[in-house]
Structure formats: C-alpha cells, structure tokens
Ligand binder design. Structure first.
Ligand code: C5P
Length: 399
C-alpha cells in the first residue's frame, strides 16, 4: 500500500521513525512529509534513509507547483503521527500554509491521526473541539496513551505505539473497500406533494443522512445510485444522483433502478399523503375555511419488501415516541432486514442536524444502539452492521 506519513513537530517525532520502519517492514511504500517544526526534532535525512524516498518538507522547494496534488492522488492513506495540538487545529479549520496541511486538503482517501501533547493541552476544550471536528469528518483518531510525558507530567498525551497505529491503518484501509462489487440503491430527502401549481406539502428532512450513506458506500467501493428528493446538498463524489420531487416519482425511479441492486436503503422521508387531483390553477385565498381530501402515497418500502428477492433491505423510522416498538413493527410489516430508528421532535438531533443518535433494529432479533455521532460516522456503522447481518442471514440459510 502507498502511505503518506505526515510528521508534526512534537518531541514524539523521533517515534515516527519507528513507525516508518514498521510500515516498511510490512511491505508498504512510505512517503514522508514533515512540518518545519518536525524538522527541528528529527532530520529529514533519517526518514529518507528509512523509506528510500525524498522527504517532502517545503511547499515551495519542490519540483512542481502542484506536487501536493499529485502526491495526494498517488497515495491510498494519509497518516499523521505525531499530530500536535497546532497541527490538529490547522487540519480542523482547513488552514493550508505548508506542504502537509495543503496535501491534507487535496487528499480524498482515509486519514489516520495519532495525536500527542502535554496533558493540559490535550484536555483543553479547544483541542477537544478540534479533535471532535476531525472525528466527525470520518477520520480515524488513534487515541494517545496515558503515561509519563516528556514535559514531566503523567496522563493522556503519549503517542500510541507504532503497532497500534499500524493496526489502525490496516483497519481503515480494509474497511474502505469492503463494499466493492455491491450495488447500493439509496433514497434521501423529503418529497414534495403539490397542492396547486405553487404550493406543496413536505417535511423537515434535510437529506443529510441519506447523502452521508451514499458517500460512505461510494468510499467503500460500492456502485451507488441515489434517488433524491429536493434538498440543498451537493452530489457526493462518485455517486449517480437522480432528482425527483414527489413520492410517485420516487417510486418510479426506485423500481427503474432496482434490478442490479444488492443493498437497498430507504432513508427518504416520503410524504404519507398527497392530493391525487392537483388543481391546474393556484387556489384563491378566501376568508372561509377550505378543506382538501388527501390520499395515501404509495408505500415504496412496503412494495420493495414484497419484491425484495435476495437483496438486503433497510428502512428508516423517524418517531416521536415508542421508537424500538415502532421500528420492530415496521421491520416486520414491511419485510425489511434492518430499520434505522431515530427519535425526532423534541431534540436537536435527527432531521436537520449534522449529527444523529439511532437504534438499529435487525431481522436477526438484535437491537443495536448507536451513540450520538456525525451522520457520516453513523453511515459507516450502518454499513458495518449491514455486512455483518448479511453474513448471519447467509449462514442461517445454509449458504
Ligand atoms: O411507515 P413509515 O412511513 O414511517 O416508514 C418509514 C420508512 O418507509 C422509510 O424508510 C421511508 O423511506 C419508507 N416509506 C416509503 N414510502 C412511503 C412512506 C415511507 O418508502 N410512502
């Protein structure tokens, strides 16, 4: 594997030499990038000798003005060890004033960060907030160990062992390709059901959960089609996005794309009712009460449940009460393999938030609570469980 090893300016920079050697012994190609502070602790020559490649140090002393882009494209994983408080702050906020931080912005693969610093610096709310930002972005943080620190204090802040960091790299990179060969069909966002040419019924769904699922699936190697209701989100990289407006249009596009799909996830908040005969003209304002008769929309998930074949089918349940019971009832009535349940209404989580806290109700009988995390992290956990569930179902069926 081709690994970029970014080294920050902490006393633990010398330990990165051991990490570089271990990764080389594991038959990886390692390209080292050092910040200027890192070079105060260890000479680039040490790493050049260990890796057999020139060390990248200065944004302006390189062969080409776009070398940070080509290095980013040519490598599969970016490891930052040691990551200092300053370096993490720069990464969290997107500052790009040297080779490593610029490369970080240009890099699109998995990122592993191993921090090290003084206990008080580690525990400072600013550092913890930056750490949380990086974690939510989907990066793997290899927590520092507790122990005696170079500053004379004892506590968390010591760089994790090279073996622990190497294991984290292996896990991150393996995980990223475990959906290769899968065809994932996803729905996301609300639907809009017109009441007349200018008005509609809709709901508060932002589409963020479904888009995070699409992003996660594509990053892990799946071929992804996303049928999206009206949302304000950019198309995730490598995902085919099909835009629809109403539940009826969503149903049509889902069944148009169903045949090759091996995993179907319905994260859309489909409207439950619509006006089946929409007036051609705008309804006039009157002083009197008006009423409208709404008909149920097609239940796409239930129909998918009836036609599911060998596919793995995942639905969502947004509830304001009795979450677990409602989720299990939906799982059974719609013939799903998993329902992702989230409580909506009273909390700041769920619909419009970047974070979520859900339970996974599985056809194996298990219920798995996923603690509060970014929707991107939740998306990866959902795919982890989808893959485990498939193995369980296959072995139960004697495959
Ligand atoms: O029964 P309820 O609408 O609460 O179930 C939610 C799940 O069903 C979600 O996965 C949603 O995408 C799906 N659904 C659907 N078609 C509808 C309504 C909901 O596919 N008309």
């Amino acid at each position: 594997m081709k690994i970029i090893l970014g080294i920050g300016g902490g006393i633990a920079a010398y330990k990165a030499a051991e990490l570089a050697r271990l990764l080389m012994q594991q038959d990886h190609q390692v390209r080292v990038v050092m910040t200027s502070a890192a070079q105060q602790f260890v000479q680039p020559l040490t790493f050049a000798a260990l890796t057999g490649q020139k060390v990248l140090t200065d944004l302006f002393a390189i062969e080409s003005a776009i070398e940070h882009i080509s290095v980013a494209q040519e490598h599969e994983v970016l490891v930052i060890a040691p990551a200092t408080a300053n370096l993490m702050a720069k990464l969290a906020h997107g500052l790009a004033d040297d080779f490593l931080t610029t490369l970080y912005l240009a890099f699109t693969g998995p990122v592993v960060i191993a921090p090290t610093m003084n206990v008080n610096m580690w525990q400072h709310p600013a550092t913890q907030a930056n750490l949380e930002t990086l974690r939510r972005r989907g990066h793997r943080i290899v927590e520092p160990d507790s122990g005696y620190l170079a500053c004379g204090m004892t506590g968390p802040g010591r760089l994790a062992d090279p073996e622990t960091i190497a294991d984290a790299i292996a896990q991150e990179t393996q995980k990223r390709r475990d959906l290769e060969g899968e065809v994932v069909l996803l729905t996301a966002g609300p639907t809009q059901e017109p009441l007349d040419p200018v008005r509609y019924i809709s709901n508060r769904s932002s589409g963020k959960m479904g888009y995070a699922l699409a992003e996660a699936a594509a990053a892990r190697g799946a071929q992804v089609t996303l049928i999206s209701g009206p949302v304000h989100l950019p198309a995730p990289r490598g995902v085919e996005v099909i835009h629809v407006r109403t539940a009826a249009e969503m149903r049509e596009k889902v069944f148009d794309h169903l045949t090759p799909a091996s995993i179907v996830i319905k994260a859309a908040a489909v409207a439950d009712f619509h006006l089946s005969k929409v007036p051609d003209q705008k309804v006039k304002k009157t002083a009197a009460r008006i009423s409208m008769e709404l008909d149920p929309t097609p239940d796409i998930l239930a129909e998918l449940g009836r036609k599911k074949g060998d596919r793995l089918l995942v639905g969502f349940a947004a509830e304001t009460e009795n979450l677990a019971q409602e989720a299990r009832r939906k799982l059974e009535s719609k013939n799903c393999d998993m329902i992702v349940g989230n409580l909506v209404g009273g909390s700041d989580l769920g619909f419009e938030s970047d974070e979520n806290e859900v339970i996974l109700v599985l056809s194996s009988g298990e219920t798995i609570p996923l603690p509060r995390a970014s929707k991107r992290v939740i998306a990866d956990r959902i795919f982890d469980e989808v893959l485990t569930l498939r193995l369980t179902l296959h072995s139960a069926n004697g495959h």
